[in-house]
Design a binder for this molecule. Sequence first.
Ligand code: PLP
Length: 367
Amino acid sequence: MINFLNLKEINNKYEKELLAACERVIKSGWYIQGEELSAFESEFAGYCGAEHAIGVANGLDALILVLRAWKEMGKLKDNDKVMVPANTYIASVMAITQNNLVPVLVEPDSQTFNLTYQGLVESWEEGVKAIVPVHLYGQISPMPEILKFAREKELLVLEDSAQAHGASISGKKTGTWGDAAGFSFYPGKNLGALGDAGMITTNDAELAQVVKALRNYGSHKKYENIYIGYNSRLDEIQAAMLRVKLAYLDHETALRKAIANKYLTQINNPLVELPLVEAGEGHVWHLFVVQTNNRAELQSHLSSRGIQTLIHYPLPPHKQKAYEYLNHLSLPVTESIHNRVISLPMDPNMSEEEIAEVINAVNDFQL
Ligand SMILES: *Cc1c(COP(=O)(O)O)cnc(C)c1O
């Protein structure tokens, strides 16, 4: 059986260090907003090349808190519009609507799955004040073009970097391109906690101050509350786990890239479309997503060969019950993506034999 992702094995590799970190926190007697968090924040900021990093409870909160902070700072107000790729994981859209902002769903490129300059031009509407580019499946969006559009229209840019820790263009990493970025450390992400955690990065000192207060009841100083805030803090124990794993992130990413390069060069089946790589080495391969008109057949063929696959994602946000008021929208590129995508195993610990088995099984697929 080839698992899609074996989390137990991923964390077992670092078990000794994780246990030592855990013990350090237990023995410290300090469990919320302490030294582990500040150390992880400065280490993660350093890793990205951002000036500020602010730990929060999860990736969704990271996005919510940035948009909320921009409202507190007077940069956004209720009912402002925010452009977001229509094929994203639903969290990006929820961060917008949870803030009483209005999502403008933009069709992505059908092969990179990310926003394009042209797509933004075509979906532009009066009232748009921000863009949330999503670096989907680990490939960074074409940020120079997105920033050009943002400058032309005077828009704020919030990168959804939940799937793209360390992804880059010309060496400049996600988390440094936009006005701010939100990261997730959900266990299955490229940098995963042993529970929930998230991070905001920004070079804007004022924004950093506001989100720091928002994550902690709107307070900078105990019992003085300047905003109606949240409880969205990154626990010491998760910060300690993440510090251990951050040191190995580039190593893990290199393993993912090696798998992806084999898939890209050795999968050759006219029934299976490979993803288009625009970011070159800057793609961090959170997922390896192919497209096919015969998804159910491919999935059951691979399953019969003992290979687990997943669908990211079966239904776009605008077709979900939660967004009934968007169900009438017709977004053909996005809908085609959701009907045709299937994710092959992408586990940094796959052996050469397992990688070859996946490639052979995909190449053997026929109708
Ligand atoms: C995982 C994810 C999120 C949310 O992260 P959580 O930590 O699960 O809240 C947001 N956006 C995208 C694109 C994601 O993949």
